[in-house]
Design a protein around this ligand. Structure first.
Ligand SMILES: NC(=O)c1ccc[n+]([C@@H]2O[C@H](COP(=O)([O-])OP(=O)(O)OC[C@H]3O[C@@H](n4cnc5c(N)ncnc54)[C@H](OP(=O)(O)O)[C@@H]3O)[C@@H](O)[C@H]2O)c1
Length: 266
């Protein structure tokens, strides 16, 4: 009866995690979201009954600690899998290259701080809130969702000069995960920074700017992988992520891996 907490589960990949896990009645599944009512309504309309929803913003460590206490009551004090999925991302800023922030210095600083609060600090808050429960599990897996755009080895040769804030915060997150793995290897906790691939999760119709942005990314991707067929569905990505999480052992703890379990990001 494995137990799972998905942090940031209201939509996109996080919601898909809830949906896929719910197909096995043996699983105990808890989703942390910022606005429970709308997610509960969505689960009900999708006829998903075996999921608990709790409220927590990743930037709010008090809310996360309270949620961990509630989870403890549901799972009787332990947690097998913690998946920190939520992300702060701003499409308008993601379009900008480093030099485009010239003249917008204050906007850059504000954006870095917003992203840091959720995508780095919020991940640490989430992990620290749930670690006492993970320690009591026999499975002990902690996963944070990252991106291949944060691979500092391949970035200089991948033709994407934008995503400055998002990718640098995810690169910081990768290091945080590595540090946890060093600190807690002896305790048998497996940490993983996992990139889900390129996945179509947007729920709104794309704007003209979104389309132009995607075309730029597509050109860079096709140069690297000419046979690329386009973004995956959330369902495909979560299936692959699940396989990587199952396979990762304490020897690989702290790794930054793709949905293929290697450094192939696309
Ligand atoms: N989709 C891709 O192609 C792709 C590629 C590489 C990496 N990733 C990574 O995969 C993960 C999921 O991506 P996605 O595409 O599914 O994202 P998404 O559709 O934009 O969903 C983001 C999720 O994060 C939640 N969230 C945002 N701020 C939060 C906060 N402060 N506290 C708690 N939850 C918060 C959102 O909740 P609300 O509904 O409350 O806003 C939503 O559930 C992210 O970590 C992302 O960086 C995705």
């Amino acid at each position: 009866m494995p137990s799972y907490v998905i942090v940031g589960a209201s939509r996109g990949l996080g919601y898909e995690w809830l949906r896929q896990l719910s197909t096995d009645p043996e699983n105990t599944i808890i989703g942390l979201v910022r606005t429970p009512a709308s997610v509960e309504a969505k689960l009900s309309s999708d006829k998903i009954a075996n999921v608990h929803i709790l409220q927590a913003d990743m930037a709010d460590h008090v809310a996360l600690n309270n949620a961990a206490q509630e989870v403890s009551k549901i799972t009787k004090g332990s947690l097998d899998y913690l998946i920190v999925n939520g992300v702060y991302a701003n499409g308008d800023h993601n379009r900008l290259t480093p030099t485009a922030f010239t003249g917008h210095e204050e906007a850059l600083r504000r954006e870095m701080i917003r992203s840091l609060d959720v995508n780095v600090v919020g991940v640490i808050y989430s992990i620290n809130a749930f670690l006492p429960l993970v320690h009591k599990s026999t499975i002990k897996k902690v996963v944070a969702l990252t991106t291949g755009l944060a691979d500092t080895d391949t970035a200089p040769k991948f033709g994407v000069p934008n995503y400055v804030v998002y990718s640098s915060m995810k690169a910081a997150l990768n290091l945080v995960i590595a540090r946890y793995s060093v600190e807690l290897r002896e305790d048998g906790i497996v940490f993983l920074a996992l990139s889900p691939g390129i996945v179509l999760t947007s729920e709104k119709p794309p704007t003209a700017e979104d389309i132009a942005d995607f075309q730029r990314l597509k050109q860079a991707v096709l140069k690297r992988k000419p046979e690329w067929q386009g973004p995956m569905t959330p369902s495909e990505s979560v299936q692959l992520q699940k396989q990587v999480i199952e396979k990762t052992t304490i020897d690989e703890s702290g790794s930054f891996l793709s949905h293929f379990g290697n450094k192939e990001w696309i």
